[in-house]
Ligand binder design. Structure first.
Ligand code: TEU
Length: 533
């Protein structure tokens, strides 16, 4: 059985922001193709593209009008075929974003569905009569604010949308919807794509009775509307696992394909999405690092909790940033972004890197008149804006950082003169060189890929753990503060060789395992294999 993702890292590209090739200030498929050498040199094994399909772009591609067409903004099917072919020629896999929970309101199915109550596509979406008072059928909230129900005057019913009102939810209880959507998967699999990241997979099935969600005791004004109620009935329903098993069966009919689920749930719920062996997603995205406090003891506990929760047939995974969350460097700062890279690339499981993190893009301020994110426009908290994590990749000292010949759709960073691939590639101590070196080390060291994980120590400053196979033992020591720290490692790391350090010239541990770790340093050690456990 091919399980390439046990060995490889995944690289997420937000296509609008990777490389513009036609001078409209927005990235495209041809731009991605031209930048494949960067991705191959970085040392990841797969690319995941955020949506590239025909879309009115109200939610920047997560509102799809045609699942089998490329949006002209990004190119055409010829561009896609060429990109896929060259990605494979570089030895890389290509994953697409599948958005099955909702379509755009401009999708033909929805246009039909909205025509009349008798339309054959009516039941493809979720239509309900008003409550007795004429209001929405229940208290469910949109993730982007306000009621999740939109009144349709023409047919006298409400339709449900978990996100924007221009993103009506499909009715996955309807077998015709399932079969049409699974056919879309086959269309891309037949073309040769290597798998999918499935958008909001835990949302697909809703409570059959559409009961009200219970109030969230922790909600207070100022917090998003979506948090007013617990999502007890609107998501994470038992029947969703049957739908996922059907998707998995489609995927498994093609060798070596990967199914990832986007799931924001507590660990104990998250791991249920591994399903029974062979029936769940291969990787339910593990988003804990996206919001975890940057504190060694806290991280140690969450890693242990996750390690214990992943079922025997499941494979772990870790995500540091994505297009919906503040970037890692914006959260933990420049020095700790390097430590975070070492954490991501040495934990057990498939790492997902987010484009731009390898050059340490940090906080970018978006002027009010350049806000694109439709969610940010609806949130009471004005600091919230997903655009901050979606700014263009920075390639060189050229104008517009080599991203485009025109003003890009979102601003670049103020420090782009030095924060770009060309400049950082010339500096051995840069975050870019660190990412390359760590991905290289991961390729060399079986223990970093498939070895077991065990915590060595966690105090106020340092997190240390080991990764072991029968032949090899590797220790990872991370100083998560800006203070020097000292730790004592077990005997099996006494006098251990330093394989790699974030800062040059790290000391070896002494014979009795004492090790000084400079602020912001991360050290990888070769311990004595086999003995002591
Ligand atoms: O995001 C799903 C989603 O619900 C996130 O907004 C999540 O709730 C939040 O980040 C948790 O803090 C996916 C896509 O990634 C996002 O870009 C889309 O806007 C959304 O689905 C709708 O398709």
């Amino acid at each position: 059985m091919t399980r390439w993702w046990h060995d490889e890292a995944i690289y997420q590209i937000y296509p609008r922001s990777f490389q513009d090739s036609d001078g409209d200030g927005v990235g495209d498929l041809e731009g991605i193709r031209r930048r494949l050498p960067h991705i191959a040199e970085l040392g990841v094994g797969a690319i995941w593209l955020s949506p590239i399909f025909l879309s009115p772009m109200r939610d920047y591609g997560y509102d799809i009008a045609d699942y089998r067409a490329i949006d002209p903004l990004f190119g055409d099917m010829e561009d896609f075929d060429r990109l896929l072919e060259e990605t494979h020629a570089q030895g890389l896999k290509l994953l697409l974003d599948f958005v099955p929970n909702h379509t755009s309101d401009e999708h033909e199915w929805f246009k039909e569905s909205a025509k009349s109550r008798e339309n054959p596509r009516r039941d493809w979406y979720i239509w309900k009569d008003p409550a007795p008072d004429g209001g929405p059928p229940n208290n469910w909230q949109s993730n982007f604010g306000g009621s999740a129900w939109e009144w349709d005057e023409a047919t006298g019913q409400y339709y449900y949308h978990a996100f924007l009102k221009s993103q009506p939810d499909l009715n996955w209880r309807n077998p015709a919807v399932r079969s049409a959507m699974l056919d879309h998967l086959r269309f891309w699999l037949d073309k040769g794509v290597d798998g999918f990241r499935v958008d909001v997979i835990w949302h697909l099935i809703k409570d059959a009775q559409f009961r009200d969600n219970p109030p969230n005791p922790d909600w207070h004004p100022g917090r998003p509307d979506i948090d007013r109620y617990l999502q007890t009935h609107s998501a994470d329903q038992p029947e969703v696992h049957g739908v996922i098993a059907e998707m998995r069966a489609v995927i498994d009919a093609y060798p070596g394909r990967l199914l990832i689920g986007e799931i924001y749930l507590p660990i104990e719920r998250l791991v249920t999405y591994y399903g029974e062996a062979g029936e769940g997603v291969h990787l339910p995205f593990n988003f804990q690092l996206l919001s975890a406090a940057w504190e060694p003891q806290h991280l140690a506990a969450l890693i242990d909790e996750y390690e214990e929760a992943v079922p025997g047939h499941g494979w772990p995974n870790w995500v540091l940033s994505n297009h919906d969350q503040p970037r890692i460097a914006a959260r933990v700062g420049e020095a700790q972004a390097k430590v975070a890279a070492m954490l991501l690339l040495t934990l057990r499981g498939t790492p997902t890197l987010y484009y731009g993190d390898e050059i340490g893009i940090g906080q970018v301020e978006i002027p009010a008149d350049r806000i694109h994110d439709p969610w940010a426009k609806q949130e009471p908290d004005t600091s919230f804006n997903r655009d901050k994590a979606r700014t263009p990749m920075q390639w060189s000292e050229a104008e517009h950082a080599g991203f485009s010949t025109q003003e890009p759709w979102l601003p670049l960073t103020d420090d782009r003169a030095g924060r770009n691939v060309a400049a950082l590639a010339r500096d051995n101590s840069s975050i870019l060189c660190l990412y390359r070196a760590l991905l290289g080390l991961r390729r060399q060291e079986e223990a970093l890929r498939t070895g077991s994980y065990r915590l060595l120590c966690a105090d106020e400053s340092v997190l240390a753990y080991e990764r072991c196979t029968a032949e090899s033992r590797i220790g990872v020591v991370l100083n998560m503060t800006d203070r020097p720290a000292e730790i004592v490692l077990p005997d099996r790391f006494g006098g251990a060789e330093v394989l790699f350090g974030i800062l040059p010239g790290a000391d070896r541990p002494s014979g009795d395992g004492r090790l000084s770790v400079r602020p912001g340093d991360g050290i990888i050690l070769r311990g004595k294999a086999g003995e002591g456990s």
